[in-house]
Design a protein around this ligand. Structure first.
Ligand code: ZN
Length: 184
């Protein structure tokens, strides 16, 4: 196990379209090591999601874990540690809602982003089984943020109002509680 370095905005890997993960390598020792290391890195960072490009591995793999014993995230659904390989997202309803987003690759900042609030995702799990999931509300935003990393996008590309982009202290002082919130 290893805690991996998280690369930050400005690193070109964050702006690449990640390569599809080879399906025949899912379950390999290399794959298992990647997933274990991403899990440990996610825990060490205190985040709820991590995409492989954020650890400078430009493949379409992301992990999400939301454990609701952290009051920080308030009243939101929990998601056990889950692996998403080669995900495809489909918007089911175009209606958007906004949340404050943060990103481990843009440390210390928060921005307000509006995204569609009802999506379907189709992906392979860590056993290479095809799965799909419908997501609404906050979780819809979480998965769009994570999967954006696989396409070379950061949340700052999608700011509803760039004048609201804030450092965390200023976010807490001037904005927290006034609009919905998504720490990451
Ligand atoms: Zn992010």
């Amino acid at each position: 196990m290893a805690i991996l370095d998280i690369i930050r905005m400005g690193h070109p890997t964050l702006r690449q379209i990640a390569a599809p993960y080879p399906v025949d390598k899912i379950g390999s020792e290399e794959f298992k090591t990647l997933i274990r290391d991403m899990h440990e890195t996610l825990h060490a960072s205190g985040g709820i999601g991590l995409a492989a490009p954020q650890v400078n591995i430009p493949v379409q793999v992301a992990v999400v874990e939301i454990i609701n014993n952290e009051s920080r995230y308030g009243d939101i659904p929990t998601i056990p540690f889950s692996v998403f390989v080669n995900p495809v997202m489909t918007v089911i309803a175009e209606e958007t809602a906004g949340y404050w987003e943060g990103c481990l690759s843009v440390p210390g900042m928060m921005g307000y982003v509006e995204r569609p609030q009802h999506i379907r995702i189709d992906y392979l799990d860590e056993q290479a089984s095809a799965r799909s999931m419908e997501l609404t509300g906050f979780l819809s935003t979480v998965f769009q943020h994570e999967f954006d990393h696989l396409q070379g996008h950061l949340y700052i590309d999608r700011l509803k109002d760039p004048s609201l982009l804030s450092f965390e202290a200023e976010y807490r002082q001037f904005h927290q509680g006034k609009l919905a919130e998504l720490p990451d």
